[in-house]
Design a protein around this ligand. Structure first.
Ligand code: ZN
Length: 179
């Protein structure tokens, strides 16, 4: 019944109308609140695809959808071990990239424990850029550890000429700045 209302709204208002994606996202949030994350992600992905096909890149509505994704995923992984950094902003994973001999097993353990391949250190280097060896990097199966949450944060950082970090909700800023 509620899904039908969403479909009817989309048909009448059209996919470009802000109310259309607003109500799809709202319905998704209701699912997330009741623990039905898969259903929520499905609906939000649908709204995001719709926005990306109808609106110019990084339109404020699309940005707002990306923020919602980060928020949802942060909530889902709450409780995971935080990744500590040294004074140079290096995580343990960064250090495995520059240590000799190179240890795949160590990197894999850190990744499974919640380390990010795309965390940047104070010089803006990621694990990949420090490792500087595409073949070794690919043996880690990086896609497995690449999340939508990371991609959204990277997109925001990559476009930092156009997106002011102050527009990112306060509780998400640290996460975005890690990328
Ligand atoms: Zn990440």
């Amino acid at each position: 019944m509620r899904m039908q209302a969403l479909v009817i709204r989309e048909r009448i208002l059209g996919p470009a109308h802000p109310d259309t994606s607003y109500y799809i996202r709202y319905r998704g949030a209701v699912y997330a609140d009741s623990g039905k994350f898969e259903r929520c992600i499905e609906l939000w992905n649908y709204a995001l695809d719709m926005q990306q096909s109808m609106l110019e890149p990084l339109n404020t509505m699309t940005q707002s959808s990306l923020f919602s994704f980060i928020e949802l995923f942060s909530f889902m992984v709450a409780g995971a071990d935080p990744t500590c950094k040294d004074n140079d902003g290096n995580t343990a994973l960064h250090l495995t990239a520059i240590s000799y001999p190179w240890r795949t097993d160590l990197a894999t353990i850190l990744l499974c424990g919640g380390a990010h391949l795309d965390t940047v250190n104070n010089d803006g280097h990621t694990y990949e850029s420090l490792l500087d060896d595409k073949i070794r990097f690919m043996t880690l199966n990086p896609i497995k550890y690449t999340t939508l949450m990371c991609l959204a944060a990277r997109a925001i950082r990559k476009n930092n000429n156009y997106i002011d970090i102050n527009r990112v909700p306060v509780h998400l800023r640290d996460f975005v700045l890690q990328h």
